[in-house]
Design a protein around this ligand. Sequence first.
Ligand code: AMP
Ligand code: MG
Length: 396
Amino acid sequence: MICYDDALCQVLDTVVPLPPREISLTEAGGLVLATPARAKWDMPRCDNSAMDGFAVTGAPSADALLRIIGSSYAGHAFNGSLRADEAIRITTGAPLPPGADTIIPIEDVEEYDGQIRVTAAPRACQHVRYRGEEYREGDIMVDVGTSLQAGEIAVLAGGGITQVKVVPRPRIAVISTGDELVELGTEPGHGQIVNSNQHLLCTRLSECGYDTVCLGIGNDNLRNLQKLFERALDADVIISTGGVSVGDKDHVQAALETLGFIKKFWKVAIKPGKPLLFGLLNKKPYFGLPGNPAATAATLELFALPALRKMAGWPDPQTSRRRGMLTSDVRCGGNRQTFLWCKLEWFEDQYLVTVRQGQGSGQNRSIQGANALLSVPVGTKWLMAGDMVDVQLINN
Ligand code: AMP
Ligand code: MG
């Protein structure tokens, strides 16, 4: 059986970033830039004041008297020029008029009878923001591969960029399979359960910024599953849950095969999540996640989300890690690499890792409150309180 590292490598080797698209900057938050964005103009666009105060020429000495000949407010430039014995009132961001090269803050002057007396001698050229000091026309403001967060969007907006070329977010078709499933809002009959996996997947995927198309519940029969998978082909990625194990009713793989599925691997030596199925359906990445809720959630984090990040253009799609101290002894063991749901918290001056009590793969409660997965290698029987461990974050 393939191990976790090899399976993840196969997934990441199989998927490729989606073709870039040009979109409005206002829609681009969180997307990854596909071509460098270059400034349309110098920033700042002109020399301007960094303080509220007075623009003057040269560096007048303390006690110098200067005549106020006008004002330059942000948005209302002064139409004139300045001589050595003159000053203009100026506000932060307002253009420096010709002749002015120094700003005296308002706190460093006394004002009376239309003039100012300098109380603290300025340094020549102080408190000026020069044209182009942030970037120049044609400079790269944001480079390829950068995720457009608020800071990047602000820089691009300031530089006049209205359209950007980005890697779009993959759209994901979500299918739940199982005759025992009922939709939320229906009281389950004997032996039935609510389709909670759909809500786990859609919530988690939308938290990560992805759009989902929920295709509902597929019954455990070949024809019905075929129809659902055919409908799923409009999406960029297909994720289903359940039906990939070895039970009599696990028809997912057979249904996929009738549609030309190219299997990359089935079953990974991990716990939970062993029956994971991965491959390409009509060239679209397909993840067949096991139905047990904790296995669904773990395989989503460990395999599907890194793949989605790569498709969305992230240069490093791997899950972020943190190192923290275990707060209690943990019994491990088993012949598969085990992933334990845990809570990572910053306490005093370090991260603490608390493994959740119930880790049953059939229980949604094992995921509740968790924000990280602790990986335990095969052969480790115990981890002890105080051990330093690496965990993978599940909140990015
Ligand atoms: P399967 O992988 O189809 O063998 O499903 C294993 C178990 O996971 C089932 O017996 C259900 O208890 C549970 N399960 C499967 N699908 C879902 C779902 N969509 N929501 C919640 N639990 C599920
Ligand atoms: Mg099933």
